[in-house]
Design a protein around this ligand. Structure first.
Ligand code: CS2
Length: 488
């Protein structure tokens, strides 16, 4: 068996596609913070395709890890010369395999603060992109304001030369660029947040206004923050994926990534310092990405949460298992049609009916086996972006809220018991797990009174009455399918 690395690349099985460009020539035009499965299956894949089809060597990627959890990733990527395999799994069982070489360097910030700042401040760095998760932006979801109470932020305000958070690093690097008279980079958020670029801008400005008001003025003037909508379902890598690559290609890859065939990236065309010609490989550049973002987050991501949370209580382990159940499939369809569609704006050139249908087909891909536990993970950060706003908008419009409300009721049970309805333990992954459990145990009303998640939803009589009835029924009869069946 061959270790995946640059030296062995030439000798590797020809059935797996390999980067056709000279990686040693690639400059790191993009520095990416938060290299996980999604970035590797999405942005890095697009950049590989671009570098293969164009003559440009300006757009290699340097990955950055800011968290302790990134230590292991850093070691594996280093061992593999930042190469990894991407397995694209089609619904008919076909697997397309690629070795991706678009990431050419990686820096683990905890070990080397200065080299991360230097990389960001390097003249070749034109774009800093982010996948730091929905919960990573340090704002209070109910007020939308920057959270200055975070002790890490407090520390960074006192000691700007010792950054820890994404904002600390961006500020330190932008300061260095300004002082060295280099142009600012673009900050490109690729997280599932509506108006992700605007949010990043607002947060970085709030932070720098406190830390260094002169710098904040420069950032305001020089840095562009395009909004973007990203899409590709990327399940958690499993040991089976690692064995598949070992058996099929004789390759030792400790951190492959798998994905569905579908891929989409819609970006606002406003960049501070140039951009790759990604339109050549299918990226859409548009003047305003907001309608695309809202459509995707409220249908796909919320749809995932609907299936995941209800499915978890019902004992399902994968998303395709959920959607194969006709009740779940129908429930999701009704949720999309009756509760989400009325709050969406029309998106030019998109047939919403076909889009919704395609989502249900993508969820049904039997080879993806996307786990319910991944979908339910970090729900405290996801639901305020994916689902709760839809309920709130429907309350204002006097629209339908029942299908979404049952999901909130189920989430209360899930957080409280951490078991399915047959008392089988669930793998709850949430940085707010302890708080969620405590508040749910104090009672379902206390659960929805968590303002950082629900805002003032617990003050809405129509919502509270329905929610309390549903929770009572769920705790008493423990039959979520019956409740779902009554609603569709
Ligand atoms: C998922 C997303 O995090 C989630 O719960 O909905 O990771 C989803 O798979 C991607 O956004 C697809 O583009």
């Amino acid at each position: 068996m061959r270790q995946l690395n640059q030296q062995n690349l030439a000798a590797i099985d020809t059935q797996i596609s390999k980067p056709s460009f000279d990686r040693s020539e690639l400059k790191t035009g993009i520095v990416h913070i938060g290299v996980g499965g999604f970035h590797r299956a999405h942005q890095a894949y697009y950049l590989q395709k671009l570098t293969e089809t164009s003559n440009s060597d300006d757009w290699g990627i340097c990955g950055i890890g800011l968290r302790e959890e990134d230590r292991n990733i850093s070691a594996i990527l280093k061992k593999q010369d930042h190469l990894y395999s991407l397995l694209v799994k089609h619904p008919n069982g076909t697997v397309e395999s690629h070795i991706i070489g678009a990431i050419v360097d990686y820096k683990f910030a905890i070990e080397d603060v200065q080299s991360v700042i230097d990389e960001l401040a390097h003249k070749d760095t034109k774009i800093v992109s982010l996948t730091i998760t929905e919960g990573g932006y340090n704002f209070n979801p109910s007020t939308g304001e920057f959270d200055f109470k975070n002790p890490i932020i407090q520390e960074e305000l006192r000691r700007p030369e010792k950054p820890k958070s994404v904002y600390g690093y961006l500020a330190a690097a932008l300061k260095k660029r300004r002082d060295n008279k280099l142009p600012a980079f673009t900050i490109l958020s690729c997280d599932n947040i509506e108006h992700n670029g605007d949010v990043t801008k607002k947060m970085l400005l709030a932070f720098t206004q406190k830390q260094n008001p002169e710098l904040a003025k420069w950032i305001q003037k020089e840095v562009k923050f395009p909004n973007s909508m990203v899409d590709r379902i990327t399940p958690v890598t499993t040991t089976e994926d690692i064995s598949f690559i070992a058996e099929k290609y004789g390759l030792k890859d400790e951190w492959p990534v798998t994905s569905e065939p579908f891929i989409q990236w819609v970006v606002e065309d406003k960049f501070s310092n140039g951009r790759p010609n990604l339109e050549k490989v299918g990226v859409q550049f548009v003047p305003d990405v907001k309608p695309y973002e809202k459509m995707k987050l409220r249908l796909l991501n919320a749809g995932h949460s609907v299936l995941g949370i209800l499915g978890a209580l019902n004992g399902y382990k994968t998303i395709n298992e959920c959607i194969d159940d006709s009740l779940f499939n129908n429930y999701l369809k009704q949720f999309m049609d009756l509760e989400v569609t009325p709050v969406l704006d029309t998106v030019n050139g998109i047939d919403l009916g076909a889009y919704k249908q395609s989502l249900r087909e993508r969820f049904a891909n039997p080879n993806i086996k996307d786990s319910v536990s991944r979908i339910c993970s970090e729900s405290a950060a996801k639901l305020p972006k994916f689902l709760i706003p839809t309920i709130k908008e429907n309350l204002v419009n006097e629209g339908n809220i029942a299908l979404g409300t049952l999901v909130i009721s189920a989430w209360c049970y899930y957080s409280d018991k951490q078991t399915d309805l047959n008392d089988m333990p669930l793998d709850v992954i949430d940085s707010q797990k302890v708080v969620l459990e405590k508040t749910a145990q104090k009672g379902p009303l206390t659960f929805i009174q968590q303002e950082t998640i629900f805002g003032d939803l617990a003050k809405n009589e129509r919502f509270v009455t329905l929610y309390e009835t549903m929770v009572k029924d769920l705790y008493h009869h423990r039959d979520v399918k019956k409740q779902m069946g009554n609603l569709v």
